[in-house]
Structures are given as structure tokens and as C-alpha cells.
Design a binder for this molecule. Structure first.
Ligand code: ATP
Ligand code: MG
Length: 884
């Protein structure tokens, strides 16, 4: 038996590998946007992409499959949006691991496989697991009991609500069986009948096995299916939390880097304040959702899928504001998401620049109006309160929505915190009126989402790419999109997507960013900021009409920004040389995991366990620059995939290739499959300088480098810095290092002296405080103010005092700006009798706040500093009662 998987990556792989070994076809996740399914906004379970197979409307060359499917639960029947941030186990976006049988195996195998994987593959103790079955499903209950040997008191029977599944009103349906982790009694549950339906925190459902057994007709009658099927779903985030022993999904490695980025950008740390923790988690969750949605072609809009995306993004932006962030930041959190998830979902890594860029734009757009909107909302709230109204007029809610971009639920959220509601009927009326007006303006596109519009255009237009040979071309405008809708013309000022018959603009792919430039027509000019392939081979130019207007059918001259392109070209060819040198220096196991080639810099991610040494970096740099000096010409060929691999070309694992591939080589040192644009000869690169080497994920390193004038600029900058340091130290630059060493030595000596002085002082204060501890029925209780001590320091002080007290309870209160922070510690010998979490909750109530935590340590806030002494008294009486 292989070792138990630990990291999220290993766990995902263990699941898929296990079922692959059991004859299942491993398939990549389908897009979050359901294909040809108008009934559903987003894929919300692993079975959705297989609906037609289960219905028998389609057959494939396999009858067993396994996937890790991207899912969203933010609308319709499954909507977990409200829970996110507060729930430890619900996300908007999550991955559902699943195994599927299409009329192949049934209950016995499904249950047997699940149990084998959970207990042997994942190494979970059987006595920590319980299962549920549908009340009438004796067959499943018997399999659990007889075949698996599970004691009958670990098999729970529930009704239709919990354990019966149906695809829709009619069609396939059947009982299901869920596997839950039993964490043992929490001590918080007061229910005598605590079972896996209880929300006390003892139980965690993580895997649902659905047995599609019947077909239901419109009268509700059920007939057995001739070939029953199996659909299972296990939330990856929950499984990971269990195997990593984490208290919540957010405490797993799936979220570490993402939360770290959110904390860095906001300057707020987890654990400071329970409400801020919620905001940090919302931001982390929503950053994943928006990154994946945009990666799958959804764009912010005022309707349909795009509106859900916009709501989530703006909700995250507002939580950013609650964390004190006043600039666009979510795009950077999403960048961390792509670092973490790009390996498992290459389609996301491929579109990194596009995704982060679109997020940033939407954030900027929202932030521009946010403060004005908030000001309007606040004055309306004041007025409503003054007039004694309970709800804000629908027209105001609509104005906030229409003019300031406030999604309705965001307005409602804010109103709720003021004890107000919104006039929904008035809002709907204003909305309907607006719709009627805009329907006039946009003909023929109905309610289709942007992805559907792109799909429709792709079916009609094929754009030829001529950008390998030229940077300028004449063509004709074939389609225009504004706000995600097909239009006939676009006016000055509008953001527009342009589709033409032939283009020299390179669309982002293979890590190379999309070209910028201009499109000119007889009547107008579009400044193109980016070029993308949203579906298939459709090439879309994205930009703004900067003068006049442009129309479908007009002739156009397309010019790529030549400076940006040649900078990109240098970086792309530089990336190939870097890749080749890396393989020579550290070996062919250094596999490419992703790359970004932009005009300004290049970035290359590869698999490697340890940081590169200074010497390795220098060898790589030297090798690359030798090749640049040799000025080897580029050679580009079109070959069949097999021929190409035969020539030793490096293909990138995880990348999809067609039958004919483009092979780019330089001399005899670099040959890669690549669709990108390249220098004519290595000499064009000029110079390549590595500027950083860092870790991006477990086992993945990242090199960032500059070429040409960019590299020269970097070296000059370094030189300038060094000269400035020399000036400050009043020595020649060459002697700066020795000088700094001496200064540091002096500084360390001074620090040691200060620390010794402080320690003496602290011990004295602590001892003084301890002597003030009160004896409450034999328990030492220290409750005191710690002015000016905050956050982590408050916690450290409690820890310290608790250790010195040996046995007892410590409560520190500090006051700042009308707010109270409380930190409470209980020594281990007492924590079973006196839980810090419980104590702090009641103590905080006195100062008008809330909080909680563990049995040995807990924190809380409050807003009534005048009652701190009363709060201390409360603690004394609680301990008194606890001792009685
Ligand atoms: P819950 O009752 O906890 O909301 P569910 O019954 O809605 O779960 P299913 O529809 O059976 O869940 O989905 C199968 C699995 O997908 C669940 O066992 C769980 O592991 C995972 N899952 C469901 N909803 C979410 C979510 N919002 N976030 C993360 N994982 C989820
Ligand atoms: Mg649910």
C-alpha cells in the first residue's frame, strides 16, 4: 500500500488514480459553464457533464469514469453563498471528486470502492466513520453491515430530504448513501438525538454515493431502470481538511498561499478579530470563484452568469474595504489562486494574464463608484430612519445598482446591518422598465451569456492569423461585442470586442500574452489592449473605441504595437533558451509547469524540490548568454506530433496539441513545440538576466528574468542603488559590504543589551501582576488591564502570564479608540472545567461584544470600555460558579 496522501495535490491524485486502477476513464474537469444545458447556470456537481450518458441519450467507449470537477453552488437549488466565510465547509467554488458507473456496476461495488479508498487509501480509522442510507433502502444498509462489516449503530436511516436524489421533477432518481466523519462529542450539543443530521459540529459529511435506480414519470410513479447507474461526489476541500486534521477547509494547504496573499495585501492577520476572519475567508473563497469563472470564459455583466460573477467579485471587493483595503487587490489574490491551482487546471494557468487583468478592471470600475454609492446609501439610510421607514425605496436600490454598480444583495447586506430592508417590488419594476428600454438597443441577442455569444460567433467566423509573417494587415470587421452582446456598431468611449477575418494580432496562449495595437476603420479607431481566444480558434481583440465609431462590415487596418511585440518576442525566445539551459544544468526532470511571456518580463515555472544555488543560476545565465552571442538563427517547421517528438522536441506535459504541430528550434540546443512568436536569431535577445528565483508551490520553482533593454535597465538600477548605499555609508561602493557587516555587528550587540534590559522589566511587571491574582475558591484568577498592548502581543502576554501562574485563569483587557480587546487563557489542568471559549463569550457580552476560541485560549472584542471592571467581576463570578 502506498503512503497515505497528505497534500491536496496528492489527495486529488490518489482519488483519481485509485479509480483509474479500477477501470475508470480519467477525464479532465468540464467547464463551469454547462455545455448545451440552458436549465443550469453553472455545473454544480460532478455528474452534470454526464447527464446525457445517464439519460441514455448518448453512449461513449467507456462505462466507468472518474473526475475532479469544478463546481459552483451560488444559484438555484444549491446555493451556499450566504454560508461562505462563516461555514467551515461550504464554498462558492469547490472541486467535486467523483466516480461514475454508466449502467456498469452498482451498489455493492460503489460502496466497496468507497470504503476501500477511505480506510486503506486515505488511512482513516473505521471507527471514526458513520454512514447514512435512505430509510427504505434495505439493500444498501445490508451491504454496509454484511459486506463491509459496519456495526448497525453506525448506519443511520434518513428520509427523502436527506438521502434521496433526483435529476429533476421527472427522470432518473434513487436513494443515496453518505459517508460522514465522526469527530466525537463536541460538548456543545444539547440534543439527545444527536445524529449526522445535527449541526453541532460533531459530524462532517464528505462523500455522497448516489444510486440511480428508478425513473420517475410526471405522475410521480417510479419504475426500475433497466441498467442502474452510480454517481458519487466527494468535496476535495473537505477530504483534504479531514486528512490534514484541519478544523476548517480554510486551514488546509489549498488555502494557505491564497489566505497569506489576502493577509499581506490587507495587513490584517487571521485570528485578530472574528469578523475580519470572515472577510479574509470570503475574499479567499471568492478569489477562487472569480478566477475559475473568468478562466472558463464568463465575464462580468448585468445578467445571467456574468451577473453572478459580478456579484461575487463585488462582494469580495466590499469585504476588502471592510479589511481596510482601498485599492484593487483581488486580482493579486487570484494570482495566488492560479499559482496554487494552475497545475491541476492548466486552462487557468494558460490564461493567467487575462484572468487577473479582467478582475483588476472590474475592481477598478467598482471602486470608482463605490465611495459615491456608499455616500448616497448612507444619506438615504439616514433619511429613511428619520422618517421612521423600515425599507429603502426600490428606485434608490435600482439607482445604486444601475449607476453605482451595487448588486442588490450587497445593498441588502448593508441595509441589514442598519436593521432596514429594501422595497423589492419597486426595484423589480424599475428593472423591468430598464430592460424594456435596453431591448430596443440590443437586437437579437436575447439573454445569452458572453460565452454563448462567443460560441455563436466562433461557429460563423474563422479568423486567419497572419501575425507570424507581418505586424500589419487589412481585413474586415466581422463582429463587435459591447458589454458581452453582439452589436452592429460601437461609439467613441465604449469598451469593445472586435472580431475580424484576418489578423496579425497574437492571441494569448502558451504563456505569451496577447498583442496590443490599433484597429483603424474609415470612421473610427480602436485602441486594442489585449487579444484573446475565448473559445476554440476565435480571436477577439479587446479594447476601447478612442475616436469616431466602428461598424460591422467595415474595412479595417490592423497594426500590432511593434515595440511591445518585439519585446515580447525577445522574452519568448529567451524563455526557450532558459528552459534548455535549465535542463542542462539541473536535468531533464525540470519540467515546465507554466510560463508567462509579456513585453516587460518573462516568468518560467518548473518542477524542482530545492532552491537553485547561486552557482546554478550563474551557470544557467552564462549558458543562455553564450547562445545569445552565437546568434543562432531560429528555425520553424510544421511537423506531425510524432515526427516532432522524434526530433527530440520538448512538449509540455498537460498541454493539448493538435495533429500538426509547430516546432521552433535555435541551433542544436533548443527545440520546442510552440505556437508563439519568436526572434529571427538568438542575438536579437541582446542579454538575458535572471532577477529572481522563488518557490510558488510545493515542488515548483519560478524564475523571473529580463531581456534586452529591460535587462540593461535592471542592471543600471542595481548599480544606482549600490552607489547610493556607498554614499550613505560614506565609503566607495566596493567597500560597502564590509561597512554594513560592521554596522550589523554593532547593532546586534545593542539589541542584545536592550533585550536583557526589557526582559528584566517584563519579569518584574509579570511578577507584579501575578501577585495581584485573586483566589476564587482555590482557583487563581488574574483579571487586569494591559493598556497599549494589542493583537498578537496581547495573546503572547496572556500565554506568558498563564505559564507563570502555573494553574489559573488570566484575562487581559486593552482599550483603544472606544473598542475593547479581550484575551483569556486557562491553564491546561483547568480547561476541562473552565473553557476559555465559554468564559470569554460571557465576559465579552458585558462590554457589548462577542468572541470565542479554544478551551485553553480565546479572544473577543467589545465596544463599551466603561464596563471593563464589570467584565472582570463577571469572570470572578463565573469561576466561582464553575468551582461550586
Ligand atoms: P451539505 O449538506 O454539507 O451542504 P450537500 O448534501 O449539499 O452537502 P452533495 O450535494 O451531496 O452535498 O454534494 C456532494 C459532496 O460535495 C458533499 O459531500 C461535500 O463533500 C461537497 N460539497 C457540497 N456542497 C459544497 C460546498 N458548498 N462547498 C464545498 N464542498 C461541498
Ligand atoms: Mg448543500
Amino acid at each position: 500500500m502506498a503512503a497515505v496522501p497528505r497534500s491536496a495535490k496528492e489527495i486529488r491524485e490518489a482519488f483519481l488514480g485509485f479509480f483509474e486502477a479500477k477501470g475508470h476513464r480519467r477525464l479532465p474537469s468540464a467547464s463551469l459553464v454547462p455545455e448545451g444545458d440552458a436549465t443550469l447556470l453553472f455545473v454544480n456537481a460532478g455528474m452534470v457533464p454526464f447527464k446525457r450518458l445517464f439519460l441514455g441519450e448518448e453512449s461513449r467507449d467507456y462505462s466507468r469514469a472518474t473526475t475532479s470537477q469544478k463546481c459552483m453552488r451560488v444559484s438555484g437549488k444549491h446555493n451556499d453563498l450566504e454560508e461562505v466565510g462563516r461555514s467551515a465547509r461550504h464554498h462558492t467554488f469547490f472541486e467535486m471528486l467523483g466516480n461514475f458507473s454508466f449502467g456498469d456496476y452498482f451498489k455493492v461495488e460503489a460502496i466497496g470502492y468507497a470504503w476501500e479508498l477511505v480506510t486503506e487509501g486515505f488511512g482513516l480509522q473505521p471507527d471514526r466513520l458513520v454512514v447514512s442510507v435512505f430509510r427504505e433502502d434495505d439493500e444498501a444498509a445490508e451491504i454496509w453491515e454484511r459486506e463491509i462489516g459496519l456495526p448497525s449503530d453506525k448506519i443511520f436511516r434518513f428520509g427523502e430530504d436527506e438521502n434521496f436524489w433526483a435529476m429533476g421533477e421527472t427522470g432518473p432518481c434513487g436513494p443515496c448513501s453518505e459517508i460522514h466523519l465522526d469527530r466525537g462529542p463536541t460538548g456543545r450539543c444539547t440534543s439527545a438525538a444527536c445524529d449526522p443530521c445535527c449541526e453541532c459540529g460533531r459530524w462532517l459529511e464528505f462523500w455522497n454515493l448516489v444510486f440511480m435506480q428508478f425513473s420517475r414519470d410526471s405522475s410521480g410513479a417510479m419504475t426500475p431502470l433497466p441498467k442502474p447507474s452510480v454517481d458519487t461526489g466527494a468535496g476535495l476541500e473537505r477530504v483534504v481538511s479531514i486528512l490534514q486534521g484541519a478544523a476548517s477547509n480554510y486551514d488546509t494547504d489549498l488555502f494557505t498561499a491564497v489566505l497569506a496573499r489576502a493577509q499581506d495585501l490587507s495587513g490584517v492577520s487571521l485570528g485578530e478579530d472574528p469578523e475580519k476572519d470572515v472577510s479574509l475567508r470570503v475574499v479567499a473563497d471568492h478569489a477562487r470563484a472569480v478566477a475559475f469563472l473568468i478562466g472558463d470564459g464568463v465575464l462580468p455583466a448585468n445578467e445571467g452568469r456574468g451577473y453572478v460573477l459580478r456579484r461575487i467579485l463585488r462582494r469580495a471587493a466590499r469585504h476588502g474595504v471592510l479589511l481596510g483595503v482601498d485599492r484593487p487587490f483581488l486580482h493579486s489574490v487570484a494570482d495566488a489562486v492560479i499559482d496554487e491551482m494552475g497545475g491541476a487546471f492548466p486552462e487557468l494557468a494558460e490564461r493567467r494574464a487575462y484572468v487577473t487583468d479582467r478582475i483588476r478592471r472590474e475592481e477598478e470600475r467598482f471602486l470608482e463608484t463605490l465611495s459615491k454609492g456608499l455616500a448616497l446609501l448612507e444619506s438615504e439610510i439616514r433619511e429613511a430612519k428619520a422618517r421612521g421607514c423600515k425599507a429603502l425605496p426600490g428606485t434608490v436600490v435600482f439607482k445604486l445598482f444601475d449607476t453605482y454598480g451595487f448588486p442588490v444583495d450587497l445593498t441588502q447586506d448593508i441595509l441589514k446591518s442598519h436593521g432596514l430592508g429594501a422595497d423589492d417590488a419597486g426595484f423589480s419594476a424599475a428593472m423591468a422598465e430598464q430592460r424594456a428600454r435596453s431591448r430596443e438597443a440590443w437586437k437579437g441577442t436575447g439573454d445569452a451569456s458572453v460565452a454563448e455569444v462567443h460560441g455563436r460567433i466562433a461557429a460563423e467566423v474563422t479568423t486567419r492569423f497572419c501575425g507570424y509573417e507581418t505586424l500589419e494587415a487589412r481585413s474586415e470587421i466581422r463582429a463587435l461585442l459591447v458589454d458581452g452582446r453582439s452589436v452592429e456598431s460601437a461609439e467613441e468611449g465604449s469598451e469593445v470586442e472586435v472580431v475580424v477575418a484576418e489578423t496579425p494580432f497574437y492571441a494569448e496562449s502558451g504563456g505569451q500574452v496577447g498583442d496590443r495595437g490599433t484597429i483603424r476603420t474609415p470612421g473610427g479607431r480602436v485602441a486594442v489592449e489585449d487579444t484573446q481566444k475565448p473559445v476554440g480558434d476565435l480571436i477577439v481583440h479587446w479594447g476601447r473605441v478612442v475616436s469616431g465609431s466602428v461598424r460591422v462590415g467595415e474595412k479595417a487596418v490592423l497594426s500590432v504595437d511593434a515595440d511591445a511585440r518585439s519585446a515580447t518576442v525577445r522574452n519568448h525566445s529567451g524563455t526557450h533558451l532558459l528552459h534548455a539551459a535549465l535542463r542542462q544544468v539541473i536535468g531533464a526532470q525540470a519540467m515546465q509547469k507554466g510560463s508567462l511571456v509579456a513585453p516587460g518580463h518573462l516568468r518560467f515555472d518548473f518542477t524542482h524540490d530545492t532552491p537553485l544555488s547561486e552557482e546554478e543560476i550563474e551557470r544557467i545565465e552564462t549558458l543562455v548568454n553564450r547562445w545569445i552571442e552565437s546568434n543562432a538563427p531560429a528555425r520553424v517547421r510544421e511537423l506531425s506530433y510524432q515526427e516532432a517528438i522524434g526530433t527530440g522536441a520538448i512538449a509540455i506535459f498537460e498541454e493539448k496539441y493538435g495533429d500538426r504541430v509547430r516546432v521552433v528550434s535555435f541551433g542544436d540546443f533548443s527545440t520546442e513545440l510552440c505556437g508563439g512568436t519568436h526572434a529571427r536569431a538568438t542575438g536579437d535577445i541582446g542579454l538575458l538576466k535572471i532577477v529572481s528565483e522563488t518557490a510558488v508551490a510545493a515542488g515548483v520553482r519560478r524564475i523571473e528574468a529580463l531581456t534586452g533593454m529591460g535587462a540593461l535597465g535592471h542592471l543600471r538600477e542595481q548599480e544606482r542603488t549600490l552607489r547610493r548605499i556607498g554614499e550613505l555609508l560614506k565609503v566607495p561602493a566596493a567597500e560597502a559590504v564590509r561597512r554594513v557587516e560592521r554596522l550589523l555587528e554593532e547593532r546586534r550587540a545593542a539589541d542584545r543589551e536592550i533585550a536583557a534590559l526589557r526582559k528584566g522589566e517584563r519579569v518584574a511587571t509579570a511578577m507584579d501582576l501575578i501577585s495581584r491574582a485573586r483566589d476564587v475558591n482555590g482557583t487563581k484568577v488574574l483579571a487586569t488591564r494591559a493598556e497599549g498592548v494589542e493583537g498578537k502581543d496581547l495573546r503572547a502576554m496572556v500565554d506568558d502570564l498563564r505559564d507563570k501562574l502555573k494553574s489559573g485563569v488570566v484575562l487581559l483587557a486593552s482599550e483603544s479608540g472606544g473598542k475593547v480587546s479581550l484575551a483569556l487563557g486557562v491553564t491546561p489542568d483547568l480547561k476541562h472545567r473552565l473553557s476559555a471559549g465559554d468564559l470569554v463569550r460571557e465576559v465579552a457580552a458585558v462590554v457589548g461584544g462577542k468572541g470565542g476560541g479554544r478551551a485553553d485560549f480565546a479572544q473577543a472584542g467589545g465596544n463599551d470600555p466603561g464596563r471593563i471592571d464589570e467584565a472582570f467581576e463577571k469572570l470572578f463570578s463565573l469561576v466561582q460558579a464553575g468551582a461550586a
